[in-house]
Design a binder for this molecule. Structure first.
Ligand SMILES: [Mg+2]
Length: 387
């Protein structure tokens, strides 16, 4: 199988919301389609991927560096034994002549191509991506049905608490049982009101986590931990800067809550340093490396290998961002929890909105690949890239 063209474009993900760190007014993401000379059931075999959220599109890097590099490669150098494309071998081609360290934004560009190649590989074997991953790298817990949580609670410019309550009520109606909202974008007193507003809606089997988006200093973190202590939160996410491992160690030693972090570390190197130096607790804390932004599934498999060496189990992993790729990886590799966007009216939320949810569990459909073709926004998102 030969890659004959790779098409990409940047889409707007803008929404009038913010967390403690950034506003989403001008947010963008990249979409990609990898065209091959192969056909399946008479149709061209095309691998698709949609970016994660929060780091903007990767168009420049894709167009100038990584797409030309893959298109220039000898197809024998990325072939698998069955004449298909091996994402691991393609990954090595993408990373040729890339110096170690200093990962920057390239990890998101490579991750996007990696994701499209995995979608392609699963379509070639006519199975959902999670099933291919389970066969190749699976775990006893691999299953199409996964635990999920509804993530949202961003700050709105007006009627913030009412809108938050509406979001959570709607998500409960959709079958969600676990929720996460932002903190740190308002005063501590206002944040406590938001936490209480959501807890007031939850039934016994439901839970709430909070996310500081990496913005607190030590004093503010301690203040929040003290103030939140009376509430039954399932975790506190990124209270402090994602790369300050010493501060993580300090906070982990005194936090009554599980800590969740890792969504802003984009490589195996950074993940390993977190495990080595941040004092996280493998029996309760949660690792949220974003698969798409961290060089894709090929690199994520290496991160999972490292976890075992540091005493961690895959069940402590809850990859960042509600994208289909992460849901398939959670399902196929037996990870603990997947994130989905609570607000299903945004383009990003619509990509996962069609996956059925029941009692806090999502079941991935049998569609071959990652399943973009089944989403309500397929034509809108991928239409221009398919010819
Ligand atoms: Mg977060």
């Amino acid at each position: 199988m030969r890659i004959v063209a790779i098409r990409e474009r940047t889409v707007e993900l803008s929404s009038a919301t913010r967390n403690a760190s950034i506003s989403f007014d001008a947010m963008t993401a990249s979409v990609i389609a990898v065209h091959t000379d192969a056909k399946k059931d008479g149709k061209p075999l095309i691998g698709l991927a949609f970016d994660s959220i929060g780091r903007y599109g990767h168009g420049g890097l894709l167009r100038e560096r990584f797409i030309p590099r893959l298109l220039a490669a000898d197809p024998n150098d990325y072939a698998n034994d069955n004449g298909g494309i091996d994402p691991h071998r393609a990954w090595a081609i993408l990373m040729k002549d890339e110096k170690p360290g200093g990962h920057g934004e390239r990890s998101g560009a490579v991750g996007l191509i990696d994701a499209a190649l995995w979608d392609l590989a699963a379509k070639a074997t006519d199975e959902p991506l999670w099933s291919l991953l389970a066969t190749q790298h699976g775990h006893a817990n691999a299953s199409a049905t996964i635990a999920i949580y509804a993530s949202g609670g961003h700050y709105r410019p007006a009627n913030d608490i009412d809108a938050l309550r509406d979001d959570v009520r709607r998500a409960i109606g959709q079958g969600h049982r676990r929720f996460k909202i932002k903190i740190g974008g308002a005063s501590l007193a206002s944040d406590i009101k938001r936490v209480e507003a959501v807890i007031g809606l939850l039934e016994r089997s439901m839970s709430l986590a909070v996310d500081g988006s990496g913005t607190f200093d030590r004093d503010k973190t301690i203040q929040y931990l003290d103030a939140l202590k009376p509430y039954p939160l399932s975790w506190i996410e990124e209270p402090v800067h994602p790369l300050d491992f010493e501060l993580h160690r300090d906070i982990a030693a005194q936090s009554p809550f599980a800590l969740a972090t890792g969504e802003n570390l984009f490589s195996r190197d950074d993940a390993r340093n977190l495990l080595r130096h941040a004092g996280l607790r493998p029996d309760r804390d949660i690792l949220q490396f974003d698969i798409s932004l961290s060089y894709g599934i090929v690199e994520y498999l290496r991160i999972l290998d490292d976890l075992g060496q540091h005493g961690w189990r895959r069940e402590r992993c809850a990859p960042h961002a509600g994208h289909l790729l992460a849901m398939h990886v959670v399902a196929g590799l037996g990870l603990g929890l997947a994130e989905v966007a609570m607000d299903t009216s945004t383009l990003f939320g619509k990509l996962t909105a069609g996956v059925p949810v029941n009692d806090g569990l999502a079941t991935l459909p049998d569609t071959p690949g990652a399943g973009f073709e089944r989403t309500s926004v397929f034509s809108e998102v991928f239409g221009g890239l398919l010819n």
